[in-house]
Ligand binder design. Structure first.
Ligand code: ZN
Length: 99
């Protein structure tokens, strides 16, 4: 990672401090993706599986292969070593302080 990239990723997405404040030689860059289940498509797929008496392979071959979940939001952020060793709320990180 080059100097410019490191500067762009210097701030921890959880505590808001520079990752160097953790006094560790490493940091984390995580990608969070939030998906929403497509309930109608899931019911159709489940119905096909029931129709074919639980045979997933046949149901899969007979289905329109539609997406069962849709990407709603994604975010890449830096996490310092201190925060990486603590409990974090993924839903908080996904949306907090985006700029
Ligand atoms: Zn942190």
């Amino acid at each position: 990672m080059k100097e410019k990239e490191i500067r762009e990723k210097a701030i921890c997405g959880n505590c808001g401090k520079k990752f160097g404040a953790a006094k560790a030689l490493w940091f984390y860059v995580v990608n969070i993706k939030q998906y929403a289940i497509n309930v109608s498509a899931l019911k159709r797929q489940s119905g096909l599986e029931q129709f074919f008496e639980g045979n997933v392979q046949i149901a899969r071959a007979m289905s329109p292969d539609e997406d069962l979940a849709k990407l709603m939001h994604k975010r890449e952020l830096t996490i310092c070593d201190t925060c990486a060793n603590e409990d974090v709320r993924i839903s908080f990180l996904a949306f907090e302080d985006e700029s």
